[in-house]
Write a protein that binds this ligand. Sequence first.
Ligand code: FAD
Length: 398
Amino acid sequence: MTTALKIVIIGAGYGGLVTAIKLQRHLKNNEAEVTLVNKHDYHYITTHLHMPAAGTDHHENARVKISELINEEKINFIKSTVVQIKPEQKEVVLEDRVLSYDYLVAGLGSETETFGIPGLEEHAMTIRSINSVRLIHQHIKYMFAKYKVNPSRTDYLTFVVGGAGFTGTEFVGELADRIPVLCEDFGVDPSIVKIYNVEAAPHALPPGLPGDLVEYGMDVLRRKGVIYKLSSPIKQCTDEGVMLADGEFIKAGTVIWSGGIRGNRLLEQSGFETIRGRVKVDPYLRSLQYRNVFVTGDCAVVFDPDGRPFPANAQIAVQQACNVARNLVYITRNEPLEPFVYDYKGTVASLGKGEAVGLLKTIKIKGRIAALMKKVIDARYLFVIGGLPLVIRKTSIR
Ligand SMILES: Cc1cc2nc3c(=O)[nH]c(=O)nc-3n(C[C@H](O)[C@H](O)[C@H](O)COP(=O)(O)OP(=O)(O)OC[C@H]3O[C@@H](n4cnc5c(N)ncnc54)[C@H](O)[C@@H]3O)c2cc1C
């Protein structure tokens, strides 16, 4: 009698969850025993987090119970935190038990990269999880309340967002939309509120967008009140604000850092070869050192034909997950593996309510049509993980 292959997936983000869902669909009974481990009992939709962070949407719209997305008769779900991977022993150490595997899928996502900038870790908040955005949302309201009891402290209503890539841009767009509502609620003159978006590069918005779209996006956000500080990296962050490279100090009650990510530290701590925490993989997304360990999403570094790493994003994480799931099915059936090929579909960045900018493959889109496209992209992902009922439940029309 042959025993079923043991597949363990760690992390139920875009990479891990989609791998599990695809395996659940395509593996036949007894072909493999699949276990999914995640530190929360919910999956969070990171591409949505800028909204609950700013308070323009409820955080419940950015998460879904994992038990609603998988069939627990086919996938064994364990809510626990991974503390170590022992690839030589083919074991994963959780906070409360040890799991052994034949094949591992690592999808633990990323961590904030502060590039060693003093004070950022201690004094800046990050848009990374449901809990971190709930903190930001409450903190913003708290700053308005603090200002009301001490109106000489206008710096309480200064918000600094470090990093003007995807996360920073989408967040300042939402924050700019939220400020008038908060001003009305707290009885504050809107001219007192300042939103700075600080960026080391000479332009804002996600890399890869053509110059005219970048200009369009920045104009939209400037009209909403965002003040750009470009080519001015943050040199230091304190409990009073940020010091920029040009010597300017911005006194601020809120600093949010969205200036960089690195792969989850657990992988390098477990002995995997990494570049900025992201595991080097072969064309089938397997670790170069351990061919029974597949790596997906932000944890993996994959290069384009010119040798440049693809950006870490949800689109690539989902495509990798589909490829990993297919290859695991092939392994159970002794069939040849398929290499991963990235199919770039485009990039759309939200600029707040009814405004966005981006590319669909090579076609430029902006304004309302881009905002609608952003909704379609979000809805498509919800459809992949939870079908039409999830799309209907979680999609908000704004
Ligand atoms: C605010 C924001 C906006 C974004 N917007 C976009 C966008 O518009 N378009 C786009 O393409 N990309 C966007 N991204 C990037 C995209 O979200 C990520 O690239 C994507 O989530 C990567 O998927 P992943 O599976 O690697 O990791 P994640 O989706 O981060 O999942 C990792 C999972 O692992 C779990 N985990 C972590 N450590 C442990 C542990 N030790 N034990 C157990 N479980 C653990 C986490 O809880 C999480 O469930 C955005 C990111 C952010 C933060």
